[in-house]
Design a protein around this ligand. Structure first.
Ligand code: GCU
Length: 487
């Protein structure tokens, strides 16, 4: 079987093959395991045991001790440490239309500025006109520019770096790529279900290649490309940081309920969505689609892509230190189940595909399963099943999972399952769903769109100070409340 190519992107399978051509399919690295019988026994780090061996006895132990410990381990060993959000964040509405998509939606195209030197990103927002506002939203980064997610001719062509497959050469987008990712962004369907959709291209934060860090937020806000330490942020952390900046903006938008924003990503952006959702507890729900190695798949299984393969092909994605685990996954103090556990107690959805063996679909399920003890400790249920479900049989309680029949892609089927899951978790109580858990949500900080990200907010009736997604001032309240924020 051919290994899938290094840049499938979020287009659906057939379009993808047409775009890439069979000749771009790469041979698998020698020794790639794609047979369950070849998976060697392994032991996962216990989510409910501290590094020093002490047991995690209760929710407070998790929230105040083990969670920060796990987060720090992922920062130091895997993705790298990102800085706090910038002190100022301004936004300019570049274009708006309250009768977009045949009157179905309000479209806003916003330039969000991260500094005074013009650095920023272009956010495309569709808000359903037929739903009571503020609405819950999906925040979904895209690969090729906002204009790829829908054929809507009013969407501005991205001026950011794009891979040549979506552009006309020189890594710049052309009209030919308009709507090319629409198969992965069922915009009308999302709107009709009562959700807003917000999207931006990940390249606005960093172009996706080895030298990309010279042109992205890592150069602007980090230690600089030539001074990168072993635990400094890689590109995934930079893109995840971008998701938090997009959420900063959504907190200022009256039409979106920032307490009900789900972050969703496919493939490398699935890894990114998980890391964003793990660090930034303002995300009310987290969805990874076919995220694989460095995402939802257990590295210790070495099934499909391995640490060696991923850090060899994409060294820029991770903290430099991560490559020290190539061929020694068992030495990692963490694994994917702990990444998923960082999302607890918030709803988490993991989506896999049968033919996506490179991403180890079974390893993604097993990671979700192994995250359950943390959900239970925090008073939530997990998947509700013990065995890997049959293809096209979605399962789940607070952790949702499905194994779609088919290849690596983000498809309408994936979206349907995710929307059904979101309906249960993000809809207002009046609509029959569960309201977001009060103890884990901060009231949205309605900062002015030109004001600093440092701000005060009411959180369960308590005043807190936030800087971006960082809690600056911890209120003197109980452990359960405090721990809802990242350290
Ligand atoms: C490659 C890579 C994967 C990644 C995927 C993608 O296949 O090996 O880790 O998920 O590209 O992002 O498209």
């Amino acid at each position: 079987m051919a290994r899938r190519p290094p840049f499938p992107g979020p287009v659906h399978g057939l379009a993808l093959l047409a775009l890439l051509g069979a000749s771009t399919l790469l041979a698998q690295p020698a020794g790639t395991i794609q047979d369950e019988a070849l998976v060697a026994p392994y032991t996962l780090p216990d989510p409910l045991r501290f590094q020093d061996g002490r047991p995690v006895r209760d929710a407070a132990d998790w929230r105040e001790g083990r969670r920060p410990e796990v987060l720090r381990l992922f920062e130091e060993q895997v993705y790298g440490r990102a800085p706090a959000g910038p002190a100022t964040l301004r936004s300019e509405v570049v274009e708006t239309d309250s009768k977009a998509l045949g009157g179905r939606a309000t479209r806003r195209q916003v330039r969000v500025l991260l500094d005074d030197r013009g650095g920023g990103f272009d956010l495309l927002l569709y808000v359903p006109n037929g739903a009571a506002r503020p609405v819950p939203a999906f925040l979904v980064p895209n690969f090729g520019g906002n204009h790829t997610v829908h054929p809507d001719p009013a969407i501005r062509l991205s001026t950011s770096w794009v891979r040549d497959r979506t552009g006309g050469g020189n890594h710049r987008a052309t009209e030919a790529s308009r709507g090319i990712a629409a198969g992965s962004f069922p915009v009308e369907r999302i709107l009709d279900r009562g959700y807003a959709l917000a999207t931006f291209t990940y390249a606005d934060f960093e172009p996706d290649h080895r030298e990309g860090l010279r042109d992205g937020v890592r150069a602007r806000f980090g230690p600089g490309p030539d001074a990168l330490g072993p635990s400094d942020w890689g590109a995934i952390a930079a893109w995840a940081w971008g998701l938090s900046r997009a959420l900063d903006f959504l907190e200022t938008d009256r039409d979106v309920d920032a307490r009900r924003v789900a972050v969703l990503g496919h493939s490398r952006l699935g890894k990114t969505a998980l890391w964003a959702g793990a660090r930034d507890e303002r995300f009310a729900m987290v969805v990874s689609n076919d995220s694989g190695e460095g995402g939802a798949a257990l590295a210790r299984r070495r099934f499909g892509e391995t640490v060696k393969a991923i850090t060899g092909a994409f060294p820029h994605w991770f903290a430099p230190r991560f490559r020290e685990y190539a061929g020694r996954e068992e030495a990692l103090p963490v694994d994917a189940h702990l990444l998923l556990a960082l999302v607890a107690p918030r709803p988490l959805y993991v989506a896999s595909a049968t033919e996506d063996l490179w991403a180890d679909p079974r390893g993604e399920f097993l990671a979700a399963k192994a995250a359950e003890p943390v959900y239970r400790l925090l008073g939530r249920d997990g998947l509700g099943v013990d065995e890997w479900p049959a293809p096209d049989h979605p399962v789940g309680g607070t952790i949702g999972y499905h194994l779609r029949r088919g290849p690596h892609a983000l498809t309408a089927y994936d979206w349907e399952q995710v929307l059904a899951f979101a309906d249960r978790h993000l809809r207002p109580a009046a609509a029959g769903g569960l309201a977001p858990p009060a103890a884990s949500r901060a009231s949205p900080a309605r900062c002015s769109s030109t004001g600093p990200t440092r701000r005060s907010s009411r959180w369960s009736g308590v005043d807190v100070d936030l800087d971006g997604d960082q809690l600056l001032h911890r209120p003197p309240v109980g452990a359960a409340r405090r721990a809802a924020f990242r350290p």
